[in-house]
Design a protein around this ligand. Structure first.
Ligand code: HEM
Ligand SMILES: [Cu+2]
Length: 575
């Protein structure tokens, strides 16, 4: 059968555009990562420590939000189109959400990067968590709001495609990839409500000076209401590829389709009522609510353990199809020369390690040991920074040829790239975890804290710094290889079937499983109830303590006469 781009050229163009934005953000963000790794460890400094926060904000926003989410919207569009086997209902709507998300991302990026240019009165050095009372230039918040609304429209687009398909196929089970997209988006709608309210109702008016004060605990809580589910928004594209693409690359088939559905339903139910686990150290939230968030968080381990089982079982099935034998020896029969397979497999292995350090983060009492230390970036460079990022890069080696009709420029370079990421991350992340354990803080350009001694239990602090700098350098070089491999693939000549893109049916299909699994209304309703239970009382007490708009004035990271004038103007218009 013809490849994706021949069957759906219009859709392929949108997906390619999404990946172009995604990889551009990856390239810039990775460069910032290198700057941070070398600056913090004092190996090489060419920015001032004040600009460090501009760079760190850029790194967080460009990688954790732009790179991941643009990849997601591209991948999901591909997944919906190819699993429903029909084009998008109206390609103009598809381009419209692409345009809106891209404009929003560019606005936010401009507001951040302007911080590096002293002659421009604009800055957004508020880090990707944008905690009030740190106050960014309004353009930053406006960009974020547009970006989020863009993702909502993208979801609407996929739901419309599904509705059309349902009209023609009233009795069929939802195709697995589309099921994954729809459940993920339902979770996203539910959770982005929090951040949208925070940005639109509180932060934008406040950054314009329309309201004087803000309630920092309220905006923080709304941020984390979205901030935990967003980690599943990053992960679900990786899961989609682990469940539906990785088994095929391994030479096998997905072990169980119904189990995959159960996992996605569990994420829809459990992702949101846990956000307070990021606020164990926030005063103003009663311990009991924190305890509930911790309990819910521990339940969330279940779908990830189910995933580990299902994906490994599918890969083992693949290895045995390829002649693999024995308890462990089958591992040798896997296609380790294929960069797409190897990258995803290594990403999955690192996710297991990230899961373990995540359990430490989630424990209310041991969290105090590592809170705000370098342990935390150590943890999430394993999860979003590897499980997600490496799966996306590796998956691209299989996906991009379907979008361009051209073969990958070099598989050996691809293989070197994914292995280099893995090795770089072993150095950087492990050293970050250890540095956190001795109390070295995160989010600082000057971690030496003169007159305060950090003593490593094993090795030395100097050795930890060296590993972070070395790991960061390898990671950056890995991104350089990735970007060049993809760019050089773009100038290959088109060929008939650049990659084997067929996806075999699961070993155990959906047909025998309970129909209730596909009842999206039911699962959404339960998810809403769980959110109401988890959040009503904490929010009521936060608002009761300090009011909706609080009593804390802003601490602007920008100084701009223009914005003040604009604020005056808006105040007059409103009055
Ligand atoms: C070239 C590869 C990378 C390098 C060298 C790198 C390096 C670093 C370092 C050293 C920090 C800690 C800075 C500090 O706390 O002072 C950091 C923070 C961070 N990194 Fe990375 N990183 C890389 C890739 C990624 C990727 C792929 C992602 C996500 C997809 C990511 C997301 C983040 C986030 C969200 C933060 C926290 C920012 C904050 O504290 O506001 N990084 N990175
Ligand atoms: Cu979380």
């Amino acid at each position: 059968m013809a490849t994706f781009v021949d069957r759906y050229p219009d859709e392929a163009a949108v997906v390619k555009a999404c990946l172009t934005v995604s990889f551009t953000a990856l390239a810039i963000g990775a460069f910032f990562g290198l700057v941070q790794a070398l600056h913090r460890t004092d190996y090489f400094r060419f920015i001032s420590s004040v600009d460090y926060y501009t760079v760190l904000t850029g790194h967080g926003v460009l990688l954790a939000l732009v790179f991941t989410i643009f990849f997601l919207v591209g991948l999901f569009t591909w997944a919906v189109v190819q699993s429903l086997e029909r084009p998008m209902p109206d390609i103009r709507l598809t381009w419209a959400w692409f345009g809106l998300t891209t404009t929003g991302a560019v606005f936010a990026a401009v507001a951040i990067l302007a911080g590096l240019i002293p002659s421009i009165d604009m800055s957004a050095d508020v880090l990707y968590t944008f905690y009030a009372p740190l106050q960014a230039h309004p353009l930053f918040y406006i960009g974020l709001a547009m970006f989020i609304v863009g993702t909502w429209l993208a979801g609407a687009d996929w739901f419309l495609a599904y509705r059309d398909w349902r009209g023609d196929n009233p009795d069929e089970r939802i195709p697995l990839q589309t099921f994954m997209v729809l459940t993920t988006m339902l979770m996203w709608y539910l959770s982005t409500l929090g951040v949208a309210v925070s940005v639109v109702v509180f932060l934008i008016p406040w950054s314009f000076g329309l309201v004087e004060t803000v309630n920092p605990l309220l905006t923080r809580t709304l941020f984390w209401y979205f901030g935990h589910p967003v980690v599943y928004f990053w992960l679900m594209p990786a899961y989609l590829m682990w469940y539906t693409v990785l088994p095929k690359l391994a030479g096998g088939r997905l072990f169980s389709d119904p189990l995959a559905r159960v996992v996605f339903v569990l994420f829809l139910l459990l992702s949101t009522p846990v956000g307070i686990h990021h606020q164990y150290l926030d005063p103003g939230i009663a311990e009991g609510f924190k305890f509930i968030a911790m309990t819910n968080t521990m339940f969330l381990l279940l779908p990830s353990l189910l995933t580990a089982f299902t994906v490994v079982a599918s890969v083992e099935h693949g290895a045995r199809q390829r002649g693999g034998k024995g308890y462990i020896k089958w591992l040798g029969a896997l296609p380790w020369r294929d960069p797409a397979f190897t990258g995803m497999a290594l990403a999955g292995a690192m996710f297991a390690a990230g899961g373990f350090s995540g359990m430490i983060n989630a424990g209310m009492n041991i969290n105090y040991l590592i809170h705000n230390t370098l342990w935390v970036p150590g943890h999430f460079h394993l999860t979003v920074g590897t499980a997600v990022a490496l799966t996306m890069m590796a998956g691209s080696y299989w996906l991009v040829p379907q979008l361009t009709g051209k073969r990958l420029y070099s598989r050996p370079i691809g293989l070197l790239q994914v292995v280099m990421w893995f090795v770089g991350m072993v150095f950087m992340s492990n050293a970050m975890h250890r540095a956190g354990l001795v109390g070295i803080p995160r989010r600082t350009a000057e971690p030496q804290y003169q007159s305060f001694d950090f003593n490593a239990v094993i090795g030395t602090v100097g050795e930890l710094q060296a590993q972070i700098a070395l790991g960061g350098t390898l990671l950056f070089l890995s991104v350089v290889l990735f970007v060049f491999n993809i760019l050089l693939s773009a100038i290959e000549d088109p060929i008939e079937n650049p990659v084997d893109d067929s996806l075999p049916a699961p070993l155990s299909g959906a047909s025998g499983s309970p129909r209730v699994l596909d009842d999206l209304r039911l699962w959404t309703a339960i998810a809403v109830v769980l959110v109401i239970l988890a959040y009503t009382l904490p929010l009521a007490s936060i608002v009761g303590d300090a009011g909706w708009f609080g009593n804390v004035p802003g601490v602007p990271v920008w100084v701009s006469a223009n914005v003040e004038a604009l604020g005056d103007l808006l105040r007059e218009v409103v009055a």
